[in-house]
Design a protein around this ligand. Structure first.
Ligand code: ATP
Ligand code: FE2
Length: 335
């Protein structure tokens, strides 16, 4: 512990708390390294949104996860330089638990506090791995966005107009009796698919929609005329092609030379492959962070908070109010 304390005198350490949705995450990072990244996800049989249950889950697990993260990082809370937290967007009650905990730690140990945008943090964590200025495809249960820095702010170039791609896949899986979360199960089934079945492909301008494909896939399944593997395969091919199209157009528009895939759905190998192919064809770099940094996690919040702090961004306690509808372009990116 003493040796670590001396070592950490030269490195800034940030503790980050993530809690926008069902995952509570505590991460401890330096600028170059993840020292700990602990999480726990509230899982329900049916999936869906549970703001109050998520808040109760986070409140109950904050202390034990914090303790575990500090132990794993071999860091004393007194050696932490900055406290960062997910300020939004997300579920109000869950966000408030996390913000309250972050404020309490900052005040109790007299540390600066920084509020972080969850969607931006998903993309920014890739900079720990040498990525400099990417177009990000952020795909999770609740979110589907293509975002990139332009004019000093993260702009959303395209996003879902209804449900997130992860939710669409999870709902389809539930409707056909596979349980939650459906992503990995549908991916497995899809690998056995052989025949493409036409499903609605919806790109509106630069935005996406997944409710049509979901309804049609369930309807086709219920007719009993199609092989489930083929429907799963066609679902992925169709929905992912739409994601790639919008990402590629954002790349063309911005002229950026890096694409990153982040969020829980980044686990999907077919999606990775499709995005990699697109990147290779355009001669640009493609990167996916390790999965624990793709899904909702505290390390990405800590890392983004650290970069913000180092750029001179400071928050008064009044400014730490949660933002359920925190827009990515609301914040000037000066770090
Ligand atoms: P957010 O709050 O950012 O929307 P989240 O609560 O959905 O995040 P994540 O862990 O980022 O949590 O993502 C979970 C989603 O990822 C689920 O919808 C799950 O089905 C999906 N997923 C996980 N593995 C795969 C996979 N192999 N293929 C497709 N989807 C997957
Ligand atoms: Fe997320």
């Amino acid at each position: 512990m003493l040796l670590n304390s001396i070592l950490y005198l030269f490195l800034m350490i940030t503790l980050g708390i993530e809690g926008t949705a069902h995952t509570l995450g505590i991460g401890i990072v330096t600028e170059e390294k993840v020292l700990a990244n602990i999480f726990d996800t509230l899982t329900t049989e049916k999936g869906g949104i549970h703001p109050k249950e998520a808040a109760e889950h986070h409140a109950k697990l904050l202390r034990p996860l914090l303790k575990k993260a500090l132990q794993e990082a071999k860091v004393n809370i007194k050696d932490v330089d900055v406290i960062a937290f997910s300020q939004g967007p997300g579920l109000g009650p869950a966000l408030r638990v996390v913000a309250t905990a972050a404020r309490a730690l900052a005040l109790r140990y007299n540390k600066p506090i920084v509020g972080v945008n969850h969607c931006i943090a998903h993309v920014e964590i890739t900079k720990m791995f040498g990525i400099r200025d990417p177009v990000g495809l952020y795909v999770s249960g609740g979110n589907t966005q293509v975002l990139a820095l332009e004019g000093g702010r993260y702009r959303v170039f395209g996003e879902t107009l209804d449900i997130g791609i992860g939710n669409a896949i999870d709902t389809f899986a539930r409707e056909i009796g596979l349980g939650f979360p459906g992503g990995p199960k549908i991916e497995k089934l899809a690998q056995k698919g052989e025949k493409y079945i036409e499903l609605p492909y919806t790109v509106k301008g630069m935005d996406l929609s997944f409710s049509g494909i979901l309804t049609e896939a369930v309807r086709k399944y219920k007719t009993g005329k199609y092989k489930l593997e083929d429907i799963a395969y066609s679902f992925q091919e169709t929905a992912f092609a739409a994601l790639i199209e919008v990402t590629e157009r954002a790349v063309a528009h911005t002229g950026k030379e890096e694409v990153v895939l982040v969020g829980g759905v980044a686990a999907n190998n077919r999606l990775r492959e499709m995005l990699k192919t697109m990147s290779e064809e355009r001669g640009i770099k493609f990167f996916v962070p390790p999965y624990d940094l793709c899904r909702d996690n505290g390390a990405m919040i800590a890392y983004n908070g650290l970069r913000m702090f180092k750029a001179g961004i400071r928050f008064s306690i009044e400014e730490t109010i949660v933002k359920q509808k925190f827009r990515t372009d609301e914040m000037e990116v000066t770090w």
